[in-house]
Design a protein around this ligand. Sequence first.
Ligand code: GLY
Length: 373
Amino acid sequence: MDDLKWAKNVSEKIKKKVAVVAERNKHKIPYTTQDKIFDDMSEKNICWWTNGFWGGIMWQLYHATKNDMYRQIAEENEIKLDQNLMKARGLDHDNGFKWLPTAVANYKVTGNQESRNRGLLAANNLAGRYNPVGKFIRAWNDEGDGSKAGWAIIDCMMNLPLLYWAHEETKDPRFIQIAMIHADMAEKYFIRADGSVNHIIEINPANGEFQKTYGGQGYEEGSSWTRGQAWAIYGFALSYMHTKKESYLNAAKRVANYFIANIPNSGLIPVDFRQPQDCYLEDSTASAIAACGMLEIAKQVSQTESHVYQNAALRLMKVLEQERCNWDEDCDHILEKCTAAFHDREHEFAIIYGDYYFIEAIWKLTGEELFLW
Ligand code: GLY
């Protein structure tokens, strides 16, 4: 089967399954499944960083099928997130993950002005996390003791598109200036000589001096958390697309080349490329996110180079589809063996952004994607 035919076939499987799953989970904001049934973060934690991905799946499905049920579910997700927008302690650098696939997606599709307002509130709050002395966007909150005031994390590269969108929308250069200063900092401090990336870095928030790196959600300090590598590939590719600054494309390629060189023979991605050799824990989300990033890089480079990234993405996606997808319509999730963090008690379960990026990658291949970043 040729690659496009394969992707179209998977796309049909997604549409068939999500139609059933969305109908029975209409009023939830899922994070994971318990006994194959989605949980509901709108009850457990409305400020959780993944609460935009269900809305994102719904907008992708609406875009591809025009079935109004998906739009209604996405709008319910977006309105529920207003509780988060009014809670300062629940707002952090993940505003991009929450409001790009919900409010900004809605505004792009329908022109809804209330959604535009939500997107701009989220963007202004994100810009407010910028530290002008350290030249970075602060990642997480702390207990009010300032202990995380100097922390920046690689994942933030995926939140910068909220600032690029706010710049395009308002023509106020502050948004793109902050995003690019952060991306320049990330290029300097996150990417190592071999193309791998750190998860967390700390900069002295008072005088701007670089302090240290942390292992974060990976195996240890100096290791190579695969989802972090994937955020870097996709995030730098997105910064290049929005700014055309060549060094961002080079950064995305360097990390992608490192990632491709470390894909195991199985094509299945571990939680950390440097976890112990007798540890086989996987993270399917890293695979789907890296594939999305590689497919975007492939569009930006010469034809010869493009094959490298396109083929690597296809390999990752085909292995996921053959070995890690659950097409049973009685089970709410699609992607299996996703892992939040190496040192968590639980590993290899369903996670909503695994499904989101799997769908996004397939629809990049079929041309059905609603571009959200
Ligand atoms: N952004 C947090 C994570 O990737 O787990």
